[in-house]
Ligand binder design. Structure first.
Ligand SMILES: Nc1ncnc2c1ncn2[C@@H]1O[C@H](COP(=O)(O)OP(=O)(O)O)[C@@H](O)[C@H]1O
Ligand SMILES: [Mg+2]
Length: 284
């Protein structure tokens, strides 16, 4: 498609004004739904739908992170997308410079975010609960997409930060898992300088709460293990609620070991164990 959204390099207007001029805004993600300070838009331009992400309004003092830090995270997301072409990531078509910083023009993904606030999450009709009721083989397939993506990212040197179910969009009709919002991922291991880092405690390793601790692939092994516990069980690591077989349960326990030394040493090692266990299928 030949549309200015896809080839224009810069604009002088506020992103929302520009987008509503050149297309139809059908969704806005702002402070009513996000605590990031970012403002993103669902835009229909021509016959195609896009997700356009911006760092929000520079002068707004309310967000936790200042505007320049939010802009830096978006530029980080551009780098990440440039270094990994895995199909689970939405296509990044264009970056438009605006007075509010870069506008990242992604594909609009069909499907449901597997995240809701703590009350809504427990509702039987929430996307997460509907996902948990899917056949085991379908869940394993979706998990493989998440794990294979993280294998590629690890091989490109990226350490996952702030990965949780709010990064997962599942298309229930096509049975496709897609992954969004990896803006906080870091190029290489680093030392935790924050104490409690950004993220959902349901996915975070003990070292993500510990100032001075190293955050590396062993940390990410824990997080992927937590994805397994959250999607193929009720979030616990109890055997009784886990829907996989014994070998997969062993993998889960090892990945989510509180002690770093007892986990898989890297994402490739974790993924190899997953493949050896038939990507879960040989043990369900
Ligand atoms: N490519 C996409 N297609 C459709 N919806 C998306 C897409 N990316 C994100 N979203 C939706 O927009 C919301 C905000 O996007 P996200 O990248 O998580 O921004 P933030 O940095 O504000 O957390 C997500 O929770 C999700 O519901
Ligand atoms: Mg988000």
């Amino acid at each position: 498609m030949n549309h200015q959204l896809l080839d224009i390099e810069s604009i002088n207007q506020a992103p929302g004004d520009f987008l509503s001029e050149i297309g139809h805004l059908f969704a806005v993600f702002d402070e009513h739904s996000q605590d990031s300070g970012n403002i993103s838009y669902g835009v229909k331009a021509g016959r195609q739908r896009f997700f356009v992400k911006t760092a929000g309004v520079p002068a707004d003092p309310r967000p936790f992170l200042p505007h320049q830090d939010r802009v830096a995270l978006l530029r980080n997301a551009i780098r990440l997308r440039g270094s990994c072409a895995h199909a689970a990531l939405p296509q990044l078509h264009n970056v438009i410079e605006s007075p509010h910083g870069p506008m990242l023009v992604y594909d609009w993904l069909e499907g449901d975010l597997l995240h809701a606030d703590s009350a809504a999450r427990l509702q039987p009709q929430s996307a997460l609960q509907r996902f948990r009721r899917l056949p085991v083989a379908e869940i394993l397939n979706a998990l493989d997409t998440v794990f294979a993506l993280h294998l590629e990212l690890a091989q490109a040197g990226w350490i996952a930060v702030d990965f949780y179910d709010g990064c997962l969009i599942y298309d229930f009709s096509r049975r496709e898992m897609r992954v969004i919002d990896l803006d906080m991922y870091c190029e290489g291991p680093f030392v935790n300088r924050m104490g409690r880092m950004f993220g959902s405690s349901r996915y975070m390793a003990p070292e993500e709460f510990e100032r001075g601790a190293t955050i590396d692939e062993r940390t990410n092994v824990f997080t992927l293990g937590r994805a397994l516990a959250n999607l193929l069980s009720d979030g616990s690591v109890a055997r009784s609620t886990f829907r996989g077989g014994d070998r997969l349960f062993d993998l889960l326990r090892r990945a989510c070991h509180p002690s770093r030394d007892r986990r898989y040493a890297s994402i490739p090692e974790f993924y190899a164990a997953w493949v050896e266990a038939g990507k879960g299928s040989s043990c369900s």
